[in-house]
Design a protein around this ligand. Sequence first.
Ligand code: HEC
Length: 111
Amino acid sequence: MKKKVVIAAFSMVIAATFAFAASGKSKFTSKGCTACHHPSKDQLAMGLGSSLKMISVKYKGDKAGLVAFLQGKGKPRVAPQGYPIMRGQLARLSGMGKSDLNAIADFILNR
Ligand code: HEC
């Protein structure tokens, strides 16, 4: 009996985590971020962005740092030479609440 409750609670946590990441993905897409950021392909040489994989490596274990970057408060860690392009893109996120930015950060970090 107790085991069933534990399993049920566990699957709810998994479902919630999945929904969270999924909504981060839809926000990332709807804000046009996918135009420059491919999940695994580095497009910096084409004047576009670094891959989400590269970003997730640099921000591993530092979701707060990633959210700060999205709020325009952080310093670029991935490809500072491309930052002038990215800086202008942060305007797409203005007006987004902390929970939305957290969802986007979760999506990026869970690549
Ligand atoms: C016009 C192309 C373009 C678009 C659109 C774009 N980016 Fe970027 N992004 C870049 C470039 C170029 C870099 C590399 C410079 C850098 O590392 O800051 C970058 C870097 C980043 C980084 C790494 C920051 C770091 O510390 O170096 C994050 C996170 C990021 N983008 C998130 C986003 C999000 C979220 C969106 C959608 C709102 C977005 N980008 C839209 C071009 C773009």
